[in-house]
Design a protein around this ligand. Sequence first.
Ligand SMILES: [Zn+2]
Length: 84
Amino acid sequence: MTDNLCQDVRNQVMFYIDNELSEDKRIWLAGHINKCADCQEYICHEQDLKTKICEKLKDNYICRCDVQRLKESIKGKINEILSF
Ligand SMILES: [Zn+2]
């Protein structure tokens, strides 16, 4: 199910990855992705995003990995942000 909130999140994921969002927005977006399986799927299936995430994480291994591993690394990043 895709609602307006999900659409809003997806429109901003690029800015999130590029660190162009305010702290409030980052936490909001991370919080949503953390509990929305649909948006996690969306991110994992965006090849462009995947490449960008890999660049950000500076971990070439993740670029070659399967979706499950990418998801885990995204979750790790999200948890880092949310734990502040
Ligand atoms: Zn969502």
